[in-house]
Design a protein around this ligand. Structure first.
Ligand code: AHR
Length: 503
């Protein structure tokens, strides 16, 4: 029997709802033929697919990072404003494609208004610098009349966009990044750009680029050196992490969240070490602004097939099809983000539509939910105000990378009306019978605490997926869970993710 407790005394922190953010990049069929397809039967007067808007709303993303990713490091934001028929076509060097610029800042902000999410912008610190970042900030956030704000009004938007959170470039530690540089050079650029942006708008919240992954050779020293330059000027440092099953080893893949957990702890320790050296009480927060399961090796193979003259418009790139196994790992990553709610104050699922996405579309056809859609939408919908640790006594399995790993991982959230538990059984072989003491929850058994909703994602064939031909093959089903005498009981089959709402 696996045992544990949900106890308000184990509270971690209030949850910043920006932890349920997403990410939209000009990449593949994300924008074009994804969110924007003027000829589609559900398209509105602006060319946005209504079925996609509805699914993004159901997904429950709070903020959306835009327009990249690697794309932003070569992007001229001015290309995406003004009359559409006068916008230039450009080569997108990051993804070897042609960018038509039919969608830019105005159109994307309008789409976000339909979806009901907040805009988070990234500036190009790859091929551009401080002045262009200032121009964009002035265009987006300033209300007095200037040349840029006059142009914004002429383009149909008298009121500022009021963008709160800004990323100072993207993955500048990565040799693949346009304008890649070393940590000290990037830190200096981030510092002076941040200072200049705050001189224009002191209310902005700024994110410095952290490492593109925990396996980067510069990981650790990158964060320290960047923050030694930019500590006083930024609020967040970013983390990016992608995971995939390798060599058919599902059990090892199911340990992925351990990597994310250590990654976060190590970045927090590094940021706090920089704070300590400066005798500063300031705490740099983490924006985990790219995370997901991504079969990167498939993209690397596809990229090799591109000839030097191939610059397609909206090609099918990074269109990973997710399995039930992927969704369990994905749900565990979300649990891990919530377990670090005290320092992870923003996160962005990378990405949203067609490109390593929970939502897929067919041109002229249907839109459907991938397996990963379910853990995200349910967690976003049911997560309460406060994250709470859930200590669990359970067995372990042996991971090549991490040693002994707990077979069950869980987190809970609390709100005025009750609690929600999110948990995974990471084992590929062991069923997990679970008993949790919930008697300390607001009145517990005495006040008739009961299960209001309980969902499980599990498939006998863990590689089952949703496809164009069979879009509802995988979903969630009702989990048999109940509370008796202050004890919550359920049984999780191997490779499963679950959510239980108590009220
Ligand atoms: O999300 C896909 C890519 O992954 C992003 O463009 C980049 O930032 C990261 O390497």
């Amino acid at each position: 029997m696996i045992t544990g407790r949900i106890d308000p005394a184990d509270a971690i922190a209030d949850i910043d709802r920006r932890i349920f953010g997403g990410f939209v990049e000009h990449l593949g069929r994300h924008i074009y033929d994804g969110i924007h397809e003027p000829g589609h039967p559900t398209a509105d007067e602006d060319g946005f697919r209504g079925d996609v808007v509805a699914l993004v709303q159901e997904l429950g993303v709070t903020t959306v990072r835009y327009p990249g990713g690697n794309f932003v490091s070569g992007y001229r934001w001015e290309d995406g404003i003004g009359p559409r028929d006068q916008r230039p076509r450009r080569l997108d060097l990051a993804w070897h494609a042609t960018e038509t610029n039919e969608v830019g800042l105005h159109e994307f902000a309008e789409w976000l208004a339909k979806v009901g999410s907040e805009l988070m912008l990234a500036v190009n610190l790859g091929t551009r610098g401080t002045q262009e970042a200032l121009d964009l900030l002035e265009y987006a956030n300033v209300s007095v009349e200037t040349e840029w704000t006059r142009r914004r009004a002429a383009n149909g938007r008298a009121e500022p966009f009021g963008v709160r959170m800004w990323c100072l470039g993207n993955e500048m530690d990565g040799p693949w990044q346009l304008g890649h540089r070393n940590a000290v050079d990037y830190g200096k650029l981030a510092s002076r750009t941040a200072k200049a942006m705050r001189q224009m708008d002191p209310t902005v919240q700024l994110v410095a680029c952290g490492s593109s992954g925990r396996t980067m050779p510069t990981f650790g020293s990158w964060e320290r050196e960047v923050l030694e330059q930019a500590f006083d000027d930024v609020d967040f440092i970013s983390c990016h992490a992608y995971y995939q099953e390798r060599d058919g080893d599902a059990q090892e893949f199911l340990a992925s969240a351990v990597d994310m957990d250590r990654f976060i702890s190590e970045v927090v320790a590094t940021a706090d070490q920089v704070a300590a050296a400066r005798k500063s009480d300031k705490r740099i927060q983490i924006a985990f602004d790219e995370w997901n399961v991504w079969y990167l090796s498939r993209w690397e193979e596809q990229a090799k097939t591109y000839g030097p003259d191939d610059w397609p418009i909206a090609p099918r790139q990074l269109e990973d099809q997710y399995s039930a196994l992927d969704a369990v790992v994905f749900g565990d990553l979300l649990i891990t983000l919530l377990q670090h709610a005290d320092r992870v104050r923003s996160a962005s699922l990378a990405q949203l539509v067609n490109v390593i996405a929970p939502i897929m579309t067919e041109p002229g056809g249907i839109a459907w939910r991938q397996t990963t859609f379910f853990p995200f939408s349910i967690t976003s919908r049911l997560a309460g105000a406060t994250a709470v640790r859930v200590p669990i006594e359970c067995g372990t399995f042996t991971s090549i990378r991490f040693g002994e790993v707990a077979a069950v991982n869980a987190v809970a959230t609390l709100d005025d009306d009750g609690a929600t538990l999110f948990l995974v059984n990471r084992s590929t072989v062991e069923t997990a019978p679970i008993e949790l003491d919930v008697s300390r929850l607001a009145g517990g058994a005495a006040k008739g605490l009961r299960v209001q909703e309980a969902h499980i994602l599990h498939e006998e064939d863990m590689y089952a997926a949703n496809t164009l031909a069979d879009p509802e093959r995988v979903g969630v089903s009702e989990l048999d869970a109940g509370v008796e005498d202050g004890v919550l009981r359920m049984t999780l089959p191997p490779v499963s993710w679950a959510a239980v709402r108590l009220g």
